[in-house]
Every structure is written in C-alpha cells, then in structure tokens.
Ligand binder design. Structure first.
Ligand code: P70
Length: 466
C-alpha cells in the first residue's frame, strides 16, 4: 500500500482504448541528422520520425467510436447534406448563435470574417495576437492592437484569468482612432500565445457592455472556448455548480459571432466554422464561402466530417472529458515544475509552455532560443514540440524588425485522448535531462524566411558549436 493515501482521489481517463497506433523510436544519431535535414524546424520533421508528437492539439484528437460511426453515415450530397443539418442543430443547442457557415478549418472562417468587417485603415483590438487571425486582419487592411491585461505577457504571473481584456487599453485605442475605425474586438478564448489562458465571465460581461455602448462587435475566437468554460467553472466565483454546457452558452450570448477551428475543442481531425447573429452579415458570409470554401452547406468539409463534428461537440461539453483533458496537461506541468523547469503559470488547458528565455538565458532573442530548445528536445527523445516566440511573432510590417515578444515559449501541446500518463512521464524526464544540460544548447541563425507565417516553413542552422 506504500504511496497510496486513503484520502487521495485521482482522476482517470473517462474512456477505454479500442484501437491503437504503434509508435516508432529512432536513435539519437538518426535524430541529429533528421533535425539538421529539417532545418531545425519541428514543422519540417516527418511524422514517422517522431516518437511522442506534442506539436499541436489541432486535428490530432482520437475520435470516439460514436464519431467514427458518424463517419459511416456521411451524406456526401453536394447540396443540403443531412449532416449539415445535424451539425446545425448541435451548433444551435450548444453555442446558440443564429447562423452557421461551415469552413474547411479555422483560418477559412477568419478569412471570411476579416474580409467582411475589416476595411483599410481600421484597427482590430484583440486579447493578444494569434498568427493566422492577425494575418487575415492585416491582409484586409487592418492593424492589430494588443489589449490583453499586462499579466498575460509575464510568464510568472499567477493571475487566474490572463486572457482578460484590459478595458482601459481598449478605451484608449477607441478614443485615439474613433469607434468607427474599430469594427470589432477579436476575443480569443483560452489565449493560445499566452499559454492557454482563459478570460473570465465578469471581464466578458464588462467588455460586452463597453462594446455595445460604442457600437463595436465582439467576435469570439471560440477555438478552445469549451476549455475556457471549464476554467470559469473551476476558478470564477459563482460558477462551480453550473455546467460547462451552460457556461459555454453564457459566453456565446455575450458575443456577436465566432470563428472556430473545430480541430481543437470539437475532437475532429478537420473542420471549422463561422458563427454570426446578424442576418445581413450572414448572407454576405455565405456568399464569400462559395468563393473560398465550398457551398454554404459544406464549406470545404465532407458530410462525414460534419457528422463527426456534431458528435464531438456533444462529447466536448462533458465534464468528465474536460476534467481528464485539463488534468492531464496539469499533471505534465506539475512534473516539470517540480523538476525545476521554468514554465508559464498558471498551467493552461491545451499544453505546457516552457519559458525558453528563462531556460536558455545565454541566448539572445534573435538567436531564437525557443526554436533551438524545441530542436534540442527532439534530439533528446524524439519528442516534437512547437516554437511560440520570436519566430512565430514575425516581423513588424512597419519597421521590418523581429517583433521579439516578451514571451519566448516552447509549447508541449497535448492532443486530446491520445497519450497516457506514462507518455507524460517520459516527456517530463526528457525535458529535465535537456534542462540539466541547458548550457550546451546553442543559438540558431535563420537561413530561409518565407513571407507569411514564417514559422511553418523557415529553416535554421546552428550559429556555432559551443
Ligand atoms: C495550433 C493550431 C490554430 C488556431 C488557433 C486559434 C486560437 C485560430 C486557429 C486557426 C494550428 C496552428 C495555426 C497557426 C500556427 C501554428 C499552429 N491553431 N485560432 O497548433 O485554426 O488551424 O484550423 O486554421 O489556435 O495552435 P486552423
């Protein structure tokens, strides 16, 4: 009985495993040549060369038997597929917005929304940037302005709602440029680049009031909004006894529409949508959808994908699911913390974010510490993580200089329902070994830089062997 305490109650995965995918292990020598060939960019490594894949939680979930059953009832009619109407019903029940435009993934919805609402010279405030979201706003002629609370930029702040909007910052922008040049605020749930940090309902309510007064729309990036709802239930006074499903509905009721990448919360491998309440905007969005996505009743998706999404939504609001999902991420984060690895606090929902600037203090930001650390983690144990720092932030369109954000992070992203606690143990041990030899990790120089979203395809080489 040693180690088992009578009062302790652990959580366990609320499912059992029916089908598995075998993993392949490589040798260190193989990984050293693989990372060099991939230009020290984990996006450029082949999946077959990865042991534990923590690149992203996007499209990587294990679907349930019921979702797979849904794939078998795909109605692949070009127009008016049965699965579209099933998805629409689940969408109305859970999110409550009036109108649905399915898209091939989240950025498809961002493209349509930005084209509809952003005019050249406009400003789009947001609670921290997201890479694809900001790019669509900029390509429509807008300028993104960060209005998140200051704590979000501090990896050590324990603020429970680091995704909150600083209404004072928003108000300063509105006074400076005029509300007519601010079409909407882009409000992201569980802010990805801040470390998966939620906003609070009280902040959203205040924001909603402010925006109504000034005639500014609130557009939610609801990609991880169900996980945000779970944090509200856990942390915000008055919400402990409310269901995740009802909190989700309350959030949506305080916003005017949403873009969603269904590849996260909704437990599917592909899909997304744009949600709107305004009928006129909806008609225009449906019209743009036929240019970029497909007919408005499939938006680039197969009928079966929409059926899997509808079922994924029903499973995503289950509290047992969220408890295990967020519990698993927390398990890994706490292991890393006890090994002395600097991570973003509080531990977020979709991954553990290592503070690469604190991990590798000997590197300058323009030597890309997070990129170098992600590469070193891969070489150590075949674990694939993602850079979320200076490379991801890109260049300032005005000055052309690297943006050098305060947060220089490596994201260990946990796919939903895919890995076990033992995989988390192996991951934590790998990172602890790299940490013990951190002074051996050298910086990188960028040798190829694509124009857009450079982090996906950029290539690097070591500056010098240390
Ligand atoms: C990730 C993925 C996608 C995403 C997101 C938020 C908050 C929109 C989207 C776009 C994939 C990714 C995307 C860009 C850079 C790195 C990785 N996030 N909003 O891994 O959705 O991918 O479906 O077009 O997180 O975080 P989609």
């Amino acid at each position: 009985m040693s180690g088992i305490v009578a009062e302790k109650r652990s959580w366990a995965e609320p499912y059992k495993i029916k089908s598995v995918e075998l993993l392949r292990m490589t040798t260190r020598a193989e990984r050293e040549s693989i990372i060099a060939e991939a230009g020290h960019n984990t996006f450029l490594i082949k999946s077959r060369d990865v042991y534990i894949d923590l690149l992203t939680d996007s499209g990587t979930a294990a679907m349930s038997d019921r979702q797979w059953a849904g794939m078998m009832v795909g109605d692949e009619a070009y127009a008016g597929s049965e699965n579209y109407y099933n998805l629409e019903a689940a969408f109305h029940e859970h999110y409550g917005y009036r109108y649905l435009v399915p898209t091939h993934q989240g950025r498809g919805a961002e493209n349509i929304l930005s084209q509809l609402l952003v005019k050249p010279g406009d400003y789009v405030p947001g609670n921290m940037y997201f890479t694809t979201t900001r790019l669509h706003q900029e390509r429509a002629g807008g300028t993104f302005v960060d209005v998140i609370v200051d704590e979000a930029h501090d990896p050590n702040s324990e603020h429970p709602f680091k995704g909150d909007v600083d209404i004072g910052k928003l108000d300063r922008l509105v006074r400076q440029v005029g509300a007519q040049r601010v079409p909407y605020i882009s409000l992201e749930a569980n802010v990805n680049m801040a470390g998966g940090q939620p906003f609070s309902m009280s902040n959203l309510r205040e924001l909603h009031g402010y925006c109504q007064t000034h005639g500014i729309l609130v557009m939610l990036d609801g990609t991880r909004v169900i996980e945000n709802a779970y944090f509200i239930k856990e942390r915000e006074p008055g919400y402990a006894s409310k269901s995740v499903k009802s909190i989700l509905r309350e959030i949506c009721d305080l916003t005017d529409g949403a873009t969603v990448s269904a590849k996260k919360d909704l437990l599917v491998n592909i899909g997304g949508f744009l949600a709107l309440n305004d009928e006129e905007l909806f008609k225009q969005a449906q019209n743009l959808a036929v240019i970029y996505e497909g007919l408005h009743t499939y938006g680039g998706l197969a009928g079966r994908d929409m059926e899997a999404m509808a079922q994924g939504l029903r499973e995503a609001v289950m509290e047992t699911h969220q408890a295990a999902r967020i519990g698993q991420v927390r398990y890994l984060g706490e292991k890393l913390q006890s090994a002395g690895v600097p991570i973003v606090k509080p531990i977020g929902s979709h991954g553990v974010f290592i503070d690469a600037a604190a991990f590798l203090p000997h590197l300058d930001r323009d030597e890309y510490p997070a990129q170098a650390l992600a590469a070193a983690i891969y070489v150590e144990a075949g674990i694939r993580a993602m850079e979320r720092g200076n490379v991801s932030a890109g260049r300032d369109p005005q000055t052309g200089d690297n943006r050098r954000p305060n947060l220089e992070l490596v994201r260990l992203t946990i796919p939903r329902r895919v890995y076990t606690q033992a995989h988390m143990d192996v991951t934590a041990e790998c990172i602890a070994r790299v940490h013990a030899q951190r002074d051996k990790v050298g910086g990188l120089r960028m040798t190829y830089e694509p124009e857009y979203l450079r982090f996906f395809q950029a290539r690097f080489e070591p500056i010098a062997a240390r």
